[in-house]
Each structure stands twice: as C-alpha cells, then as structure tokens.
Design a protein around this ligand. Structure first.
Ligand code: HEC
Length: 108
C-alpha cells in the first residue's frame, strides 16, 4: 500500500515537472560523451586542459560563473567574439553533455 502510494506520488511528480527550457539546464548530461564533444568542438580554442589559447581560460572563468551563464554562453555564443552559438551546431543532448563535462571539470 505504502509502496504503491509512493510510486504514484513519484509518477505524478515526474509528469508534473515543467519541461526544462533546454536539456543543458538540468546538467545531468553524459560527462564522458561531453568530454568527446569538447575534444572535437571546443578544445581547438579552449585547450584540452581548459586553459585557453584562441579561446578564454575556462579554468579561470568557469569557477566565477553562474551555471546559467555558462549554459547560455554555449547555447547563444558571446556576440562580438569567436565564441559562436552552438544551438544549431550541436544537438541538444551534445550541449547538455559538454556543459556537464566542463561544469564538473572546471566549474564551481
Ligand atoms: C573559435 C574559438 C572557440 C571555440 C571553438 C569555442 N569557444 Fe568558447 N569561447 C571562445 C572565446 C574567445 C571566449 C571568450 C569570449 C569573451 O571574450 O568573453 C569563449 C567563451 C566561452 C565561455 C564563457 C566563459 C568565458 O571563458 O568567457 C564558455 C562557457 C565557453 N566558451 C565554452 C565553450 C564550449 C563548451 C565550446 C565547445 C562547444 C566552445 N566554447 C568553443 C572561443 C571559442
């Protein structure tokens, strides 16, 4: 009885949750796939160890950024810089994965 009530509560909670605006905002992407996406897509500017080059030093900037700012930088790019919007370059899942990867690796 208690178990089935709990299950119903869980199912209701899951169905009642609003869709996140973008899967990246949940930060529960696949970190190891995110590492592969980073190597393919981001490393040329931000370096494998995140310390930058043509791109900024993520080991310096990420700890001082809010999660949402990081996600928005990747989704929308940073106007006037070489950091472009990845919204239409990567899939939603790849963005969630790569943001999760940089967050667990260099984020606060
Ligand atoms: C063509 C070079 C280039 C590529 C490729 C690139 N970036 Fe950037 N990125 C930049 C530059 C330059 C900035 C700094 C912009 C500024 O001056 O604010 C930046 C900024 C950022 C920021 C905001 C924090 C900061 O350090 O300013 C994040 C987060 C970020 N990049 C993540 C990524 C991720 C994730 C990828 C791969 C999906 C990626 N970047 C690919 C050049 C690049």
């Amino acid at each position: 009885m208690t178990r089935s009530l709990m299950l119903i509560t869980l199912l209701t909670a899951a169905c009642g949750d609003p869709e996140p605006e973008h899967p990246a905002y949940t930060l529960d992407g696949d970190v190891s796939n995110g590492e592969a996406v980073y190597a393919r897509t981001c490393q040329s500017c931000h370096a494998a160890d995140g310390t930058g080059g043509d791109g900024s030093d993520l080991t310096e900037t990420l700890p001082g950024m809010e999660r949402d700012e990081v996600i928005e930088a990747v989704l929308d790019g940073i106007p006037g810089t070489t950091m472009v919007s990845y919204r239409s370059i990567l899939t939603a899942q790849e963005i969630a994965d790569v943001v999760s990867y940089i967050h667990v690796t260099w984020g606060s």
